[in-house]
Design a protein around this ligand. Sequence first.
Ligand code: AMP
Length: 327
Amino acid sequence: MFAINNSIEKKIYKKIKEYPKIVIARHVGPDPDAIASTTALRDSIRLTFPEKEVVAVGLGVSKFKYYGILDKIEASDFKDSLLIVLDVPNLARVDGIEGLEYKEIMKIDHHPAEDIKGPVDWTNEKSCSTCQMIAELILKTPLKLDTKIAGNLYLGIVSDSDRFLLPYTTNETFKVVHDLIRASKLEFTSLYNYLYDRSIDEVRFQGYLATNMKVSENGLGSIIIPSDVIKEYHVDLATPANLINNFNFIREVLVWTFITEDVKNNVYKVSIRSHGPVINEVASKYHGGGHKYASGARITSEEEIEAFLQDLDTLCEEYKRASISNL
Ligand code: AMP
């Protein structure tokens, strides 16, 4: 009944079958795609193989508790386990695996490949989300699905594709979503509150960002957000990254970046988005990375902020010049 030939899905399924103990992890500072893909895969493996010990690790985020509670483990209990990392290409950004002596690592991710490379590796930069890949894995193998697992995957896909509007959204995305809904009988419209519920403080903070964002002649939108403003609006350090997609489709803005002061860690957390120039190379220059049009970085000084903004502005300028000469 399952069309699993020698596909990557089959290889992953065989690895999962082989190990009695499995640890699933994702990136630090998780978003809905990272959290939902981890708990969905954990719950599907548990449902399919009740005898296995399967855990999803990493720091919990209270506003994402709908997706399921993460597991607290003693690393020594999971010696020689299979470690599956989701939604993250580099080991340094994997959360919750300190001291874990795993036997093999397997990655399923839609970011450009970096240093994590196990014997079985599924990297698909063309996928809109890691949840889309986990949904494909479950739909194409004997891994089981229930309504809760399907709901988590659906929300991860909707969130990372920004409601099917980012360029990574393809006919494959719609096919997977169609198959997911049909297989689980998911009533998906009732789930949106879990993604889009927000406080009036957050809405007011979005107003602050819109009012104070500078826009350069070349089309760079930027704002440096002092920690006092985060306090004043009763939001947290993750809020700017949650709001940045709302600044898409502004006529005068090609690339936009939010630079948030994190006093406790003595660093600026940076989110960058683009609807033209490829930005992840600039992000890598500033301790970051990510996708071509959605990246993040970490900056440690004001001089570095200036250089970073200059690099992004130059990118916009070059992009505009190239677009004009292609007319
Ligand atoms: P954010 O703006 O935090 O939503 O991040 C956008 C994208 O960039 C996500 O795919 C993140 O995983 C990635 N990203 C964010 N920060 C970093 C970083 N410091 N290093 C590498 N990738 C990052």
